[in-house]
Ligand binder design. Structure first.
Ligand code: 3HC
Length: 310
């Protein structure tokens, strides 16, 4: 069996591709691109939520938010480790992000203006992330699929804590209900955009589905998220900001109005409300805290020397 035949056989039989298996260069490049973009998203995603740690409305909310933000850092680490099995180092990937040669999710370029935004992020952003990532637990690259299983468990908790914040606000005073509605108004459309461009405009979907990296398309996952989330908004007594939203009895799905894809591409290309702030903060913190990495590396080297001479 040639290496190509072995790769095709593994994909054909729904078996996982493991790091030492033969794989086409383009499969490896696609996996590195997607996993790195995903890892960067987890790390940059800590910024909009970290913004509210000092202002969380109670000690309990603060403790939960700190734990959640810390979880996102952990997700970044699992994902960088999964990417490293493909022959790149975390340092290289971080450099590519800092140089603007790799991306992170569009969603993290929007500001968190009120406490309700923390609820909306958990409910909608983590909800959209899970919809996509449950599929990725079955993706063809073994280390990525295994990282996804653990990440999805934690994301489910994040989604529930966000929904619970929204529930408390929507059952609160008029001002709290208005704050929850305002957050839904601002986060609804960017959350739908998270799934990526419509299938007809998606560069990678056809090939990624042939390789079983993606098992469902951007539009299929977006629709699943809409169908699950609209009844949740209704339960909260909040209004989804889409005048065209309607249940379609024939398809058994919600129809939605047009998504502003110009806004999406503008955010992806760097012109969203917070792109520059997010990137500058990330690079600044990386440089300012170089001493932490150096100290950790020195400590590890010392421990290795001590272990070798023991
Ligand atoms: N933000 C930024 N860029 C996006 C994007 C988004 N939301 N959606 C798509 N794009 C980019 C793609 O990277 C691609 O760019 P390129 O051609 O320059 O490489 C281009 O738009 C065309 O999109 P495709 O549909 O062809 O791209 P993919 O096949 O890669 O599909 C995806 C896009 C569905 C996002 C897929 O990459 C994926 O499933 N990624 C893994 C999940 C992920 O990264 N999630 C990010 C959120 S993580 C998160 O939210 C953390 C949580 O804690 C909240």
């Amino acid at each position: 069996m040639t290496p190509e035949e072995r790769f095709d056989a593994l994909i054909g039989e729904d078996l996982k591709i493991e790091p030492r298996d033969p794989m086409p260069d383009a499969y490896r490049a696609t996996m590195i691109r997607q996993i790195a973009q995903h890892a960067h998203s987890e790390v940059i995603g800590m910024q909009p939520e970290g913004n509210w740690i000092t202002r969380a409305p109670s000690l309990k909310r603060k403790a939960i938010l700190i734990a959640k933000v810390q979880d996102e850092a952990g997700h970044g680490l699992y994902l960088y480790s999964a990417a490293e099995t493909l022959g790149v180092s975390r340092a290289e990937l971080v450099d590519l992000l800092h140089e603007g040669r790799q991306k992170y999710s569009s969603i993290f370029n929007y500001p968190t203006l009120t406490w309700a935004d923390i609820g909306a992020i958990g409910w909608l952003v983590d909800g959209a992330a899970i919809t996509n990532q449950v599929m990725l637990t079955r993706t063809s690259y073994g280390p990525y699929s295994r990282a996804m299983i653990r990440i999805c468990k934690e994301e489910s908790f994040h989604q529930r804590q966000g929904y619970e914040i929204m529930r408390v606000l929507s059952e609160g005073t008029d001002a709290q209900r208005a704050m929850a509605q305002d957050a839904l108004d601002r986060w609804w459309w960017p959350s739908l955009m998270m799934f990526g461009p419509p299938d007809a405009e998606s560069t990678h979907t056809v090939q990624s589905m042939a390789w079983k990296i993606k098992l469902e398309t951007n539009d299929q996952l977006r629709q699943r998220f809409i169908d699950a989330t609209v009844p949740q908004a209704e339960y909260l007594g909040l209004k989804v900001p889409d005048p065209d939203l309607a249940w379609n009895t024939e398809t058994g799905h919600y129809d939605v109005g047009p998504i502003d894809w110009d806004e999406f591409w503008s955010v992806v290309k760097g012109d969203g409300p917070c792109n520059k702030e997010r990137s500058a903060h990330k690079v600044g913190v990386w440089e300012e805290h170089a001493w932490v990495r150096e100290a950790a590396a020195a400590h590890a080297a010392k421990a290795r020397t001590a272990a070798a001479s023991a």
